[in-house]
Design a protein around this ligand. Structure first.
Ligand SMILES: [Fe+2]
Ligand SMILES: [Fe+2]
Length: 349
C-alpha cells in the first residue's frame, strides 16, 4: 500500500521524467499486442481493383498498395501488420508505371496475379510472373511497369516497422519517372554464377542483390523433397546464393507444402511470421483458434503463439511465409518450444 512517503517520492521522480521500475512493474501499462488475423483474398482483390480505378492515383506515380494493419496495433497508432513487418497488396494497372524511388526499408514481393509486368532494380529489368519471389534490398532504386492489358497484383512485405523503430527510414525519389535500364537481363545472376559459381575475387558477400526467384524453380524444388519438418511439412527457405544465409538481412522467407491429410505438430517460437497462401487451402490452429485459409489469403502468426498447420482439402497446399527471424537471431532471442495438439475453442476470420 502506497504511503505518503511513496507518493511524494513518485511525484518528485515524475517531475524530472523518471519512472521507478518497481512502480512500472506494478502498473503494467497496456501494450500493443499483435493479433492472429487474416486478410481474405476476395476482399483484398476487390479493394485492389477498386483502387485501380481511382482517378486521384492516375499519373501520380503513387503506389496502389493496401497495407494490412493489425487490429491489435491500430489503437496505438502503429501501422504494421505485425510489430516488425508490414504487408500490403499492391496492384499495378495496365499501362501504369509505379515511379522510381529508393528507401532504407527493405522489401520483398510475392506475385499473386499477372504475367509480363516488370520491375527495374538498380538498372536491371526483372519480369514478374505469378508465384515469383522478388527482392528489393535496402536503398536499391526500383520502379515497376505493367505494359500488359491485365492488372498485376502482388504481396509486398517490408521491414518498415523495424526501420521506423530505429528512426532510420529514409526515402528518395528518382529524378525521372523511371530509371534507365543499363544492364543486360540476367546480369545480377550472372555476376554470381547463378548461385553455383562465385567470382574469384570473392565479390562483396555483404551486398544484398536484387534477385528474383522464379515460381517454377521454387515450386519444383519443393515437390522434390518429402515432408522434412514435423511442424512445417515440406519446407525450404529462399536463400542468399552468395552467403547461403537468409534471403534478406532482416527477413527470412520460406515456401512450404502441405499434402492432403497432413496435421502437423504444434510448436511456438519467438519469431513472428506473415503467411500468404500460394496454392490450395488448409488450416492453422493458432492459440486454440482455427483459421481456414485458401489461395491469396494473408495471415499473421504472433510471436510465441502455439500453432499447428494442417490440410484436409483433398489437394496440396503451398504457403509462402516471411518472418523477422534474422533480426531475432542477431539479437540472440530465438527460442522455440514443442507443444501438444490444441483443443479448438474458436475461429479466426
Ligand atoms: Fe518502394
Ligand atoms: Fe512455426
Amino acid at each position: 500500500m502506497a504511503t505518503k512517503q511513496d507518493e511524494d517520492y513518485l511525484k518528485k521522480a515524475e517531475a524530472v521524467d523518471v519512472y521507478p521500475l518497481w512502480v512500472m512493474h506494478q502498473q503494467r501499462p497496456e501494450r500493443p499486442k499483435v493479433e492472429p488475423v487474416v486478410w481474405r483474398w476476395e476482399v483484398m482483390r476487390a479493394l485492389a481493383y477498386e483502387a485501380g480505378e481511382l482517378e486521384s492515383l492516375k499519373g501520380g506515380g503513387e503506389r496502389r498498395a493496401l497495407t494490412m494493419r493489425n487490429p491489435g496495433l491500430k489503437p496505438f497508432g502503429i501501422a504494421g501488420s505485425t510489430k516488425t513487418m508490414s504487408s500490403a497488396i499492391q496492384i499495378v494497372w495496365p499501362g501504369e508505371v509505379a515511379t522510381a524511388h529508393r528507401h532504407t526499408a527493405a522489401a520483398i514481393r510475392f506475385v499473386i496475379e499477372g504475367d509480363g509486368a516488370f520491375t527495374v532494380q538498380d538498372g536491371e529489368r526483372f519480369r514478374m510472373t505469378a508465384g515469383d519471389f522478388v527482392l528489393t534490398p535496402n536503398w536499391v532504386w526500383h520502379d515497376h511497369s505493367n505494359p500488359t492489358d491485365k492488372a498485376v497484383i502482388w504481396l509486398d512485405c517490408l521491414d518498415a516497422p523495424m526501420t521506423g523503430y530505429f528512426d532510420a527510414m529514409f526515402q528518395e525519389p528518382f529524378p525521372e519517372d523511371t530509371q534507365p535500364v543499363t544492364k543486360l537481363p540476367g546480369y545480377t545472376n550472372a555476376t554470381i554464377g547463378n548461385g553455383m559459381m562465385r567470382p574469384v575475387d570473392g565479390g562483396d558477400p555483404t551486398k544484398v542483390l536484387p534477385l528474383t526467384y522464379k515460381w517454377a524453380d521454387s515450386y519444383n524444388t519443393l515437390l522434390a523433397i518429402e515432408g522434412n519438418d514435423p511442424h512445417d511439412g515440406a519446407i525450404m527457405e529462399y536463400s542468399n546464393p552468395v552467403t547461403a544465409g537468409h534471403a534478406m538481412p532482416t527477413l527470412a522467407c520460406k515456401l512450404q507444402r502441405l499434402v492432403d491429410g497432413d496435421h502437423l505438430e504444434a510448436h511456438r517460437h519467438t519469431s513472428t511470421v506473415i503467411y500468404h497462401v500460394a496454392k490450395g487451402s488448409g488450416f492453422s490452429i493458432i492459440d486454440g483458434k482455427r483459421l481456414d485459409w485458401s489461395f491469396g489469403d494473408t495471415f499473421t502468426l504472433p510471436a510465441w503463439s502455439m500453432h499447428e498447420h494442417g490440410n484436409d482439402s483433398g489437394d496440396e497446399a503451398v504457403l509462402f511465409s516471411m518472418s523477422d527471424l534474422p533480426v531475432i537471431e542477431a539479437m540472440g532471442l530465438f527460442r522455440a518450444e514443442d507443444g501438444q495438439r490444441q483443443e479448438v475453442t474458436g475461429t479466426i476470420g
